[in-house]
Design a protein around this ligand. Structure first.
Ligand SMILES: Nc1ncnc2c1ncn2[C@@H]1O[C@H](COP(=O)(O)OP(=O)(O)O)[C@@H](O)[C@H]1O
Ligand code: SF4
Ligand SMILES: [Mg+2]
Length: 381
């Protein structure tokens, strides 16, 4: 299989360290509100809640596992994933197709298919443990405190209802707002996402809008209830190149302006380079490396991350229309137990130890990666 990252058309302006410096200057709110609809959920101990408030984490997950039963055996689509995202921060999850990015995001949203089973050792949202939350509690969060933007807006928008009906429904339901208030908010958000003649658009149906406009509507819809966490799963992949860039810029601007926590899922490291504060690299259901965007791009440690980065076109160095690097080989099957490093069939540095337990390295700044190579070796190869 060809690595998708190698074949994506670049939509970005060149990434510079100044970009990250700018992004990283965003203020992180010192504390988070834990008021909200989760009054019935199991409470955390005072210590845990205080720690969560102090850390500013909107979402904090450890040991997330998702298994899907299939006639061929159990697919381990998410394996021991730990991640967190703070208010005002964009975490990008990157990796090739089929590595578990969508399953990770769907499990956060409580939208996994029925055949999937989720477990975790910690699942905190806004400082509260929601691992045991009931379906109705998760439903209350979804579309309210956490919202998701999907790759293809037509699958999320209902063709039988007008844009206005779809924009206002959740808002009225969750916030008990009047129709007039809901319509006013919808118009103001459509304007915010750059849709002209917003009031008239409310009466239109999804098929009457272009793909780019539909995705803008989806973004407006996701913001209706003022979410704390926004998950965007490949939000621009279905659009043409120019529109992709506009949608990504819009999302990045809104995230900064509203100071929300955003998880952006993509297989395009060029996009990540422009938008991320922190990056989690997934491979075969696992996070193999995560850290600040600056650390991931300036000192990638895992051979898979370095392979992905080598596939990014570099302005001035990559010949337009020329062939980009690819990572040879295919992603392994996710069926059955996986021992050793899942990347070893494709890794040029693989050695006997890679079939055993793989250590997790961590720097004092939170840069983590799973690999048998020592940091200096990894940097040198
Ligand atoms: N409904 C499903 N039933 C069975 N397997 C699924 C289902 N959805 C996804 N998968 C499998 O789970 C794995 C991870 O998928 P996904 O999270 O969608 O990957 P990504 O978003 O990284 O491309 C893939 O192997 C995919 O085939
Ligand atoms: S653990 Fe081994 S196979 Fe896996 S990335 Fe490191 S060197 Fe390569
Ligand atoms: Mg996906």
């Amino acid at each position: 299989m060809t690595n998708q990252i190698a074949t994506k058309t670049p939509v970005n302006k060149p990434f510079t360290s100044a970009d990250h410096a700018l992004i990283n200057q965003q203020p992180i709110a010192p504390s988070i509100s834990i008021d909200g609809p989760l009054t019935e959920s199991p409470s955390l101990s005072g210590d845990t809640e205080a720690a969560s408030r102090a850390s500013g984490n909107v979402l904090n997950i450890t040991g997330l596992t998702v298994d899907i039963a299939t006639p061929r055996g159990t697919l381990h689509v998410v394996r021991d994933v730990s991640l967190h995202v703070k208010r005002g921060e964009t975490l990008c999850i990157v990796g090739e197709s089929g590595c578990g990015k969508s399953m990770t995001s769907l499990s956060i949203m409580g939208l996994l298919p029925k055949s999937a089973k989720r477990s975790s050792t910690r699942f905190e949202f806004l400082g509260k443990d929601i691992s045991q939350a009931s379906k109705s509690q998760i439903n209350a969060l979804r579309g309210n405190k956490m919202a998701m933007i999907f790759q293809e807006p037509m699958t999320a928008l209902n063709p039988a209802y007008t844009i206005g009906e779809q924009l206002t429904e959740h808002y009225r339901h969750h916030l008990k707002a009047t129709e007039a208030d809901a319509r006013a908010r919808a118009v103001s958000l459509l304007e915010k996402v750059g849709i002209a003649s917003a009031a008239q658009r409310l009466g239109q149906y999804p098929h009457q809008l272009s793909g780019g406009l539909r995705q803008r509507v989806m973004i407006a819809m996701s913001l209706m209830c003022d979410p704390e966490l926004l998950i965007a799963d490949e939000p621009s992949t279905a659009l043409d190149v120019t529109i992709q860039a506009q949608i990504l810029r819009l999302l990045a601007d809104l995230q900064k302006e509203l100071g929300i926590a955003m998880i952006l899922i993509t297989h395009d490291l060029g996009v990540v380079a422009r938008i991320a504060d922190r990056v989690a690299v997934m491979y075969a259901g696992q996070i193999v490396e995560q850290g600040t965007a600056a650390a991931i791009f300036s000192a990638p440690q895992h051979p898979y991350t370095r392979g992905l980065i080598s596939c990014i076109p570099i302005p001035g160095r990559t010949i337009p229309g020329g062939k980009l690097g690819t990572i040879p080989g295919v992603v392994p099957s996710l069926i059955g137990d996986m021992t050793g490093c899942a990347f070893r069939d494709r890794c040029a540095s693989a050695q006997a130890a890679c079939a055993g337990n793989i250590p997790v390295h961590q720097t004092p700044h939170g840069h983590q990666w799973r690999c048998v190579l020592e940091p200096s070796e990894a940097q040198a190869t």
